[in-house]
Write a new protein. Structure first.
Ligand code: COA
Length: 383
């Protein structure tokens, strides 16, 4: 007699499914976000990105000495192995920076002597190297693609300061560094988002941290996830002025288009990061004289709320913020990656420390069992 097996519950897109435990980050559907028990709103304006990266990786905030050492360790790991920089020169000039980054992370793997050691200390060492080198892959890759030579590292600058410097050759002002630190903090982790989940799935097979971060980079690129901040800027460029925003949105909704920078799988009462990013945008608008962007976003928000009760997500406001900081739009998603790599690595450490293979089931919807008619013989037209 055939035994009946009970079908496990199915949730399309894994919506609402709890797929694992984590001590790293909690996303509160009612517009909250905390890292290791600390509210991001408290850290966003005061902490450095290095401090938050240390917290995500190690579980506690660093004291003065530990933060100094961690910051110096990251600064000393920024250089790329020469063959990796050479590889960046071999890519077609129009390679998207996210593809460069994904390829670069993958190629870094064999240069790390700790590659196949998944112990906690070795994973922390690799995380420090990845956090340092991801930024270099982005800045060096961008300069090479634009026919310019990579600039030497400035170990006296923090990750945020060095990022500005390595892109433009200019040492940024302290307010610019503060803003980028805040942006990096906002983007650093978000529990089981798609790219982090991809990293954890990869790590759960006991593949190495570089394999996991390569998976994460590939996953982040898509416009339903990290790619939304590049797409949002195209939308804002198209709208141009606040008075055109409502009509633009109504037309797009009438065509049933997905509007980038809106909606979220978890947040239903607003994205916790939006108010901070919006404030940065307002401040930048005044500093740069580009005061049209935030009112356009606000008009879009108002219209979307009225028409579909959907909230803006952080990528809507990140797009003009990056533009006003004079980052080219194709770097919007890589900048997200430069921050999220801290979260990805923290999740890989946690996954390896308490590993169980992540392997769900699928719901089979194909044909029922049927007889195989046999392959057609050579030259035969009939079955
Ligand atoms: N624009 C227009 N409609 C949207 C929308 C958007 N950005 N986001 C969701 N919706 C609509 C859906 O079409 C759906 O409508 P329906 O019930 O009439 O079919 C409804 O809202 C529910 O959306 P759903 O697709 O179930 O949400 P999800 O949880 O599967 O998807 C996102 C979440 C983030 C993928 C989705 O909101 C989206 O594509 N947003 C745009 C991309 C983006 O900004 N990504 C960054 C996320 S931080």
């Amino acid at each position: 007699m055939a035994t009946e097996t009970k079908q496990p519950a199915y949730s399309p897109g894994l919506a609402g499914v709890v797929a694992g435990e984590t001590e790293i980050c909690w996303v509160d559907p009612n517009a909250g976000l905390m890292y290791r028990g600390y509210d991001i709103h408290d850290m966003a304006e005061k902490a450095s990105f290095e401090e938050v990266a240390y917290l995500l990786l190690n579980g506690e905030l660093p004291d003065f000495d530990r933060l100094g050492k961690f910051t110096r360790d990251i600064a000393s790991e920024r250089d790329l192995p020469a063959p990796v920089q050479k590889m960046l020169r071999l890519l077609p000039r129009d390679t998207h920076p996210m593809d460069m980054l994904r390829t670069g992370v993958s190629m870094l793997a064999p240069f790390d002597k700790d590659l196949n050691d998944h112990s906690h200390p070795a994973n922390i060492r690799k995380a420090i190297r990845l956090i340092a080198k991801v930024l270099t892959l982005i800045t060096d890759g961008y300069r090479i693609a634009h026919g310019e030579e990579p600039l030497p590292e400035r170990p006296d600058l923090t990750l945020a300061g060095n990022f500005f410097y390595k892109l433009s050759g200019q040492v940024p002002q302290s307010w610019q560094i503060r803003m980028l630190d805040t942006i990096f903090i906002l983007y650093a982790d978000h529990e089981f988002n798609a790219s982090t989940f991809a990293a954890r799935v990869t790590a759960s097979t006991l593949a190495d941290m570089y394999a996991a971060v390569t998976s994460a980079c590939g996953t982040l690129k898509g416009p339903l996830h990290g790619g939304a901040n590049e797409e949002s800027m195209k939308m804002l460029d198209d709208i141009k002025t606040p008075d055109r925003a409502e009509k633009w949105m109504m037309d797009a909704l009438a065509k049933k288009a997905k509007i980038m920078g809106f909606g979220h799988r978890v947040y239903k009462k607003g994205d916790s990061r939006v108010p901070i990013m919006r404030e940065i945008g307002r401040d930048l608008g005044k500093r740069t004289g580009k005061e049209q962007w935030i009112p356009i976003c606000e008009k879009l928000e108002e219209t979307m709320e009225r028409e579909k009760h959907l909230c803006a997500n952080v990528d809507l406001y990140a797009a003009p913020v990056f533009t006003m900081l004079e980052f080219p739009p194709e770097l919007n998603t890589p900048i997200f990656a430069a921050s999220r790599v801290a979260g990805w690595c923290a999740h890989v450490v946690e996954q390896h420390d308490h590993n169980r293979l992540i392997r769900p089931r699928s719901l089979y919807t194909g044909p029922q069992l049927r007889p195989y008619p046999g392959a057609p013989s050579n030259g035969s037209k009939k079955r």
